[in-house]
Design a protein around this ligand. Structure first.
Ligand code: TYM
Length: 330
């Protein structure tokens, strides 16, 4: 079976973008067809200024949300990154494989570094080396496919480059993985600013739907979404980004096609109402199941512990082999 690995950062509450761009596909497709691992990558959350108690809380919440969304521990492996040391062991070897220039070319690094600096903060070194840890996350498991939204394709491409380079220099050790993207909603945009991606850590939250938002909050955010003043409802990503985004979200929630869906609407109001209903119904079971899981922390702990044990067993032989290949095996 193909090996699939993907992850989500607990830097903030999970968003509709995370769900439609990544998590939903893990639930409906990947866990059934592949040997899949899904990871709450909490070490990545330390690359920007953070509050320890908050990261701790959000990591648990993210894990519970993945289970609430439908990841089944009988079908796949769900775990938290910091519980498996192999990620960090391999990350260092990746730092010794990657170059400084490669790291500095990463779009996410440039954006996040600029954001930290604009806030008067300093840039953590780990923000620069972040893609080497992400490469380690993926390569440790012999991953074939990495189901992600559009924002992560550059990092997966870099991971491929590092795998190829390592294999050439030190001998065949890693599988060269590839990114896979969802059919729709690979890039859900902010409802207030449809030219920028919906993200967990935006300061303003009016344009971001969180998985745990109450139905009324979801409705308000969708009904107030910024649209454009063109005529009628048509699907044009460049010219009409606000409407296109709503159609993408509707298509993702209803398993439809955005261009087809556009034909069914004469007004923005009617479209928004259907989008709000669809998002609310999509998130309802997730929110309800999350509430149940939150009441049973021992159950979640047990799943994460079992998941980490399995992940460690899978990763260790390959990471050990990489140590030997690089000349630091024992
Ligand atoms: P993160 O936590 O930012 O996002 C998790 C997943 O959600 C997708 N995503 C989106 N998709 C569509 N529209 C959006 N607005 C949107 N926002 C986020 C992301 O593309 C991603 O698939 N570096 C990764 C975490 C990571 C990882 C890994 C992923 C660490 N190691 C190994 C895969 C494999 C990140 O920051 O994702």
């Amino acid at each position: 079976r193909v090996r699939v690995f993907s992850g989500v950062q607990p830097t903030g509450h999970l968003t509709l973008g995370n769900y439609l761009g990544a998590v939903r596909r893990w639930v409906t497709e990947e866990q059934h067809r592949a040997d899949a691992l899904f990871c709450v990558v909490n070490l990545h959350a330390l690359t920007v200024e953070h509050d320890p108690a908050r990261v701790q809380r959000l990591s648990r919440q993210a894990a519970s949300l993945l289970l609430a969304a439908g990841l089944d521990p009988e079908q796949c492996t769900v775990f938290v990154q910091s519980q498996v040391d192999e990620h960090l062991r391999l990350a260092y070897l990746m730092e010794c494989t990657a170059t400084d220039g490669e790291m500095r070319r990463m779009i996410q690094y440039k954006e996040k570094a600029a954001r930290e600096q604009a806030r008067g903060g300093s840039v953590r070194l780990s923000l620069l080396t972040y893609p080497t840890l992400m490469a380690a996350d993926i390569l440790a498991y012999g991953t074939d496919e990495v189901p992600v939204g559009d924002g992560q394709t550059q990092h997966v491409q870099l991971t491929r480059d590092l795998a190829v380079r390592f294999n050439q220099r030190y001998g065949a050790t890693f599988v060269v993985p590839k990114a896979t993207r969802p059919r729709v909603a690979a890039r859900v945009m902010d409802l207030q600013d449809p030219t920028s991606k919906m993200g967990k850590s935006h300061a303003r939250t009016a344009g971001t739907v969180f998985l745990l938002d109450e139905p009324e909050a979801v409705r308000k955010k969708v009904m107030r979404a910024v649209t454009d003043d063109g005529e009628g409802v048509v699907y044009e990503r460049e010219a009409r980004p606000g409407i296109a985004n709503l159609l993408d979200v509707l298509a993702a929630c209803t398993d439809g096609d955005p261009e087809r869906l556009a034909e069914g609407y004469a007004s923005y109001g009617a479209l928004k109402k259907d989008v709000a209903d669809a998002v609310i119904e999509t998130l309802r079971p997730v929110r309800e199941r999350h509430a149940e899981l939150a009441a049973d922390p021992a159950y979640v702990d047990e799943i994460l512990r079992t998941g980490a044990d399995r992940a460690r067993d899978l990763a260790k032989p390959r990471v050990d082999a990489a140590y030997r290949a690089m000349g630091v095996g024992v």
